[in-house]
Design a protein around this ligand. Structure first.
Ligand code: PLP
Length: 231
């Protein structure tokens, strides 16, 4: 078995164990493969193994990979989006995790309409208030969510966050709990189902699962020991 498949199976086993420990069903948590900087042949090994969803954080790399790889792949976009890239991202990605402001949301909504697309979108929340992280503050969320709930082209589906790299377990718990509660409050306020809570990465997905994550975005742990594309 190849290195990447071994790693993938090991991460999946860790995810299953994390689910078991908090009494959740593994079917309720998606293991999303973050393939940024990973060469296409390595991704194709995962594809052959049955993986059909990948996440990228830069539009040019997404465009190259989407053109070269099979059509039945569902592409997730998880990176910061510059306004001049929105159209390209809308054409390629079915789920966008990183909508950061009301003005950006309005652009996505307009362009999705023009392109006749209906991507799912998540609002990215900067729960910890770290200056280097993207996303809106929890205080900005109600107004943006209200706008998202009224969108007819993009489909508002939940919230996403990234925890600070250096957070300890207690801090991670409080950040991920906070996002879950914000998602529940937002769903109630907008009277809609928000099924996606995108939180947890290689270093913290166990805690995120305990706090209710429904999508963990894992890159480095799956691609440990794999040579990356330099960029
Ligand atoms: C790179 C990235 C991930 C994956 O992080 P790893 O620590 O490599 O698992 C998850 N989410 C976002 C937004 C990323 O940019």
């Amino acid at each position: 078995m190849s290195r990447v498949i071994e790693n993938f199976l090991a991460v999946r086993a860790e995810l299953e164990s994390a689910c078991r420990q908090c009494g959740r069903s593994v079917d309720d948590v998606k293991l999303l493969v973050v393939s940024k900087t990973i060469p296409i042949p390595v991704m194709m090994e995962l594809y052959e193994f049955g993986v059909r969803e990948f996440a990228e954080n830069r539009e040019p790399e997404l465009a190259v990979k989407a053109a070269a790889m099979p059509d039945d792949i569902v592409w997730h976009f998880i990176g910061p989006v510059q306004s001049n890239k929105i159209r390209k991202v809308v054409k390629l990605a079915q789920i966008i995790h990183s909508v950061e402001s009301k003005s950006q949301l309005e652009r996505f909504e307009r362009i999705a309409g023009e392109e006749n697309k209906s991507p799912q979108i998540l609002l990215e929340i900067n729960v910890s208030g770290e200056a280097s992280k993207g996303g809106m503050t929890p205080e900005e969320l109600p107004e943006v969510a209200d706008c998202a709930a009224k969108c007819r082209n993009v489909r508002f589906s939940g919230l996403m966050t990234m925890a600070p790299f250096e957070a300890n377990e207690e801090e991670l718990h409080s950040i991920f709990d906070r996002l879950r509660i914000l998602n529940e409050q937002t769903g109630k306020a907008c009277q809609m189902d928000l099924p996606i809570l995108s939180m947890g990465m290689s270093g913290d997905f166990q805690v995120a699962v305990a706090c209710g994550s429904t999508v963990v975005r894992v890159g480095s742990k799956i691609f440990e020991g794999i040579e990356r594309i330099s960029r």
